[in-house]
Write a protein that binds this ligand. Sequence first.
Ligand SMILES: Cc1cc2nc3c(=O)[nH]c(=O)nc-3n(C[C@H](O)[C@H](O)[C@H](O)COP(=O)(O)O)c2cc1C
Length: 195
Amino acid sequence: MPVKLLAISGSTRAGSLNQALVDLAAAEARSRGAEVTPVDLKAFQLPLYDGDLEARAFPDAARELKALFRAHHGFLIASPEYNGGVSGVLKNAIDWVSRPTDGETLVALSAFRGKVAGLVAASISPFGGLRGITQLRQVLSTIQVMVATEQVLVPFALDAFDETGALKQPLPAQLLGGLVARVIELAERLEPPVA
Ligand SMILES: Cc1cc2nc3c(=O)[nH]c(=O)nc-3n(C[C@H](O)[C@H](O)[C@H](O)COP(=O)(O)O)c2cc1C
């Protein structure tokens, strides 16, 4: 079975630099034989996580997103950095998808345990979104995702992409290839469960 990856942007705005970056990662993964499914978090219209809401009825959108995560071996994720931290939209999605459903135990983490992830960030600042994806690495590690040690930061991102959507600088482009190759290799070696 080919490696199946979800491509996720933590920014849902039109013209997102992180969407552009994860699109490049997705294209790179496809060129290396992976199947990639893009996820538009905005389309899911997830409510903010709330335990009372969850207790009343697990939202259909969250259940649907969790099923999508479960059906893939890993994740290519681009997250903007907001005020030194990870995108709230992305964290809220992860929180819902981490929740047990259908009689699972609290620690089942069926959409995450043993899966792999590769992290990238684009930022208008000189720091490239490092603090955001450092937090994201910690969050994903907590829920038992094997996060590739490689990562790609694109600082000054307003000027980082050419008119075709490619990265202008060779270094981040090369790093992106290495990251995607590692994610695919990890998925092939670890054979994460898919359902
Ligand atoms: C609420 C908010 C907080 C931000 N904080 C940071 C920050 O801490 N560090 C940073 O590098 N950029 C920060 N930015 C700027 C983002 O890098 C910039 O908006 C970027 O384009 C967001 O990614 P996107 O293009 O994928 O939407 C912030 C933007 C917003 C809207």
